[in-house]
Design a protein around this ligand. Structure first.
Ligand SMILES: Nc1ncnc2c1ncn2[C@@H]1O[C@H](COP(=O)(O)OP(=O)(O)OP(=O)(O)O)[C@@H](O)[C@H]1O
Ligand SMILES: [Mg+2]
Length: 365
């Protein structure tokens, strides 16, 4: 029942705005793919092109191997859940869920059975006789998902379905969606600009920027090995830290100079970096891969504390290294004052290097 989705060079413009820029994308059958990116990068438009709610300017859309580019949404075997998860206010939960099947002239008995099944799956079977106004936000959300799933779509498309819910409910619904997907296994494309949601839900994440996919990888790959400064800076709380560094080579030993400080690099990278001696790079490292010492000392990069924020389980420090500002996390018990000079030890294996001009990750692994 799960179909592959394939986009080939899909382009969608609105006047001068190129909302989707010659996009190639394959979503595997049963995959949960997340489209993630900042506001206006083209996520919704991409989803609407898959759904057939937008006519593409160029390129082709395939669902289950079938060219659907010219087909109406209703002929594509898809179901969609929108951010506003509009449910009909004058219909009960059961009527809302049954709506699509009734439009399809499915026999009454079959509808009844299908509604009951999907309602049980989403744990709203006790609410079938209620009206939407008598439901909580999370329950209404589940009705919207039930209404989509009951159609047994080959493809489920969701556009920020959780964004209207409060933080706690989002957290619950996130886990429920994940469980649901495991049970139903429909090919799913899920749009969000919430990177935590993306990391949590996606089999893979397509990070978008200005109408293009800039990285398509598993959540761990996207987090640990961002393809560019943009991806590293967009994903993670706090975002990845960036430092200006210069490649140096003395007596056959290759290292990175951050100001007057030398940072060791991976043995495996030495060979490739050697030819780059003198080149300026951007060094990326995540907060959790920096060890904080309350005094600079041997082997630690000196940094000046600007702000300290106690955040319960950790203490978040904003520090300055030369002209670069970093966010580092440390134990809440470590007594640190603004103005103080501390030492940072960067975990060697977790350093990522980016080209200064292109902002793209160097291929070193
Ligand atoms: N109907 C339209 N007419 C004109 N421009 C549009 C239309 N729909 C989208 N755009 C433009 O296309 C670009 C992509 O919009 P889109 O809605 O796909 O972004 P998005 O990634 O979903 O953003 P958000 O996270 O804010 O929902 C934006 O610049 C937007 O202004
Ligand atoms: Mg959108």
């Amino acid at each position: 029942m799960a179909a592959e989705i394939r986009l080939e060079k899909v382009r969608k413009t609105f006047g001068k705005v190129v909302a989707v820029k010659d996009m190639d994308l394959v979503v595997e059958p049963k995959e949960f793919l997340v489209l993630l990116g900042p506001s206006g990068c083209g996520k919704t438009t991409t989803l609407r092109c898959i759904a057939g709610l937008e006519r593409v300017d160029q390129g082709k859309v395939f669902i289950g191997g079938r060219d659907v580019t010219a087909l109406a949404p209703s002929k594509r075997g898809i179901a969609m859940v929108f951010q506003s998860y509009a449910v009909f206010p004058h219909m009960t939960v059961a009527q809302n869920i049954a709506f699509g099947l009734r439009m399809r002239h499915t026999p009454k008995e079959e509808i009844k059975k299908a509604v009951k099944e999907v309602a049980e799956l989403l744990q709203i079977d006790e609410l079938l006789d209620r009206y939407p106004s008598q439901l909580s936000g999370g329950q209404r959300q589940r009705v919207a998902v039930a209404r989509a799933l009951v159609m047994r779509p080959e493809v489920l498309l969701m556009d920020e379905p959780l964004s209207n819910l409060d933080a706690l409910l989002r957290l619950q619904m996130r886990a429920e969606l994940k469980k649901l997907h495991r049970e139903v296994g429909t090919t799913t494309v899920y749009v969000t600009h919430d990177q935590i949601e993306a990391l949590s839900l996606g089999d893979r994440i397509a990070v978008m920027r200005e109408g293009e996919i800039v990285q398509l990888d598993t959540p761990n790959e996207v987090y640990d090995k961002p393809a560019s400064v943009f991806v590293g800076g967009f994903i993670g709380t706090p975002p990845m830290n960036f430092l200006r560094a210069e490649v140096k080579s003395t007596d056959g030993e290759v290292y990175l100079a951050v100001g007057d400080f030398s940072v060791e690099v991976h043995e495996e990278w030495q060979g490739k970096l050697k030819d780059m001696a003198g080149k300026s790079l951007i060094l990326g490292i995540r907060a959790e891969n920096i060890e904080v010492r309350s005094t600079p000392g041997e082997g630690a990069l000196p940094a000046q504390v600007v702000v300290s924020e106690p955040l319960g389980s950790q203490q978040l420090l904003t520090v300055q290294v030369g002209s670069d500002v970093l966010k580092v996390a440390t134990s809440p018990d470590l007594a640190i004052r603004p103005g103080q000079t501390i030492g940072l030890v960067l975990t060697k294996g977790k350093i990522r290097l980016f080209d200064e001009a292109t902002q793209k990750a160097l291929k070193l692994d």
